[in-house]
Design a protein around this ligand. Structure first.
Ligand code: MN
Length: 196
C-alpha cells in the first residue's frame, strides 16, 4: 500500500477492490464498514486537520504526531486503509522467504495464525490485532485499543484484523473468533509482504 497523501488538504477515501468476501465478510457489512464507518473517519479527519499544524503531511506522520480527536480519526483511517487493502478475492500465497521468517519467529505458520487469532479474540473491547516488524526485522503480534496502531510504537505494521464489533456483528453477532478464522482465506500475502 502506498503512503496516503492529501490533495489540496483533503485525504481521499481508500478504494475497495471487492464487494464481498464470500463466507467471510458480507456485502452488507462492507457497505456499512467501508461506506459509512470509514467514510466518517475520513470526513472527520479532513475537517480536524485544518489548523492542526499537520496539513499536507502524509497520513503516517499525522498518526504519529496527532492527539485527541484527530489521532482517533487519522488512526482509524490508516488502520482501515491497511485492513481493506490486505484482502483480495484472488489472494497471493506467502513467499517461501516470508514463510521462513514467520516459522523462525513463531515456530510455524499455523502457530502464528493461532496466536494472531487468540490475540484478536482476547482483546477486550474495541481495537486491532497487528502483525508488525520491529527494528531488527523480528515479527511481533500486538493488541491495540480503539484507534491505536503499532506504528506509534516504532514498529512497521504488516497485517491487521479489525475487532471492533462493527467489523463483524452483522455477519457473526458475538462470534468474533469465527470471524477472525474466516479472514485468512482472503489475506493477500503479496500486499502484506510489500509493507516490509
Ligand atoms: Mn472498523
Amino acid at each position: 500500500m502506498k503512503e496516503m497523501m492529501p490533495e489540496n488538504g483533503q485525504f481521499a477515501m481508500p478504494a475497495l477492490k471487492y464487494e464481498e468476501l464470500p463466507g467471510a465478510i458480507s456485502k452488507e457489512t462492507l457497505t456499512f464498514h467501508h461506506g459509512k464507518h470509514l467514510k466518517a473517519y475520513v470526513d472527520n479527519m479532513n475537517k480536524m486537520i485544518a489548523g492542526s499544524g499537520l496539513e499536507g503531511k502524509p497520513l503516517t506522520e499525522v498518526v504519529k504526531k496527532a492527539e485527541g480527536g484527530l489521532f482517533n480519526n487519522a488512526g482509524q483511517v490508516l488502520n482501515h486503509a491497511m485492513y481493506f487493502a490486505q484482502f483480495s478475492t484472488s489472494p497471493k500465497e506467502p513467499s517461501e522467504a516470508f514463510k521462513s521468517r514467520v516459522a523462525k519467529d513463531f515456530g510455524s505458520f499455523d502457530a502464528f495464525k493461532k496466536e494472531f487469532e487468540t490475540k484478536g479474540a482476547t482483546l477486550f473491547g474495541s481495537g486491532w490485532v497487528w502483525l508488525s516488524a520491529d527494528g531488527e526485522g523480528k515479527l511481533v503480534i500486538t493488541q491495540h485499543k480503539n484507534a491505536e496502531n503499532s506504528v506509534t510504537e516504532g514498529l512497521t505494521p504488516l497485517l491487521t484484523f479489525d475487532v471492533w464489533e462493527h467489523a463483524y456483528y452483522l455477519d457473526y453477532q458475538n462470534r468474533r473468533a469465527d470471524y477472525l478464522a474466516a479472514l485468512w482465506q482472503y489475506v493477500d500475502w503479496a500486499e502484506v509482504e510489500s509493507r516490509l
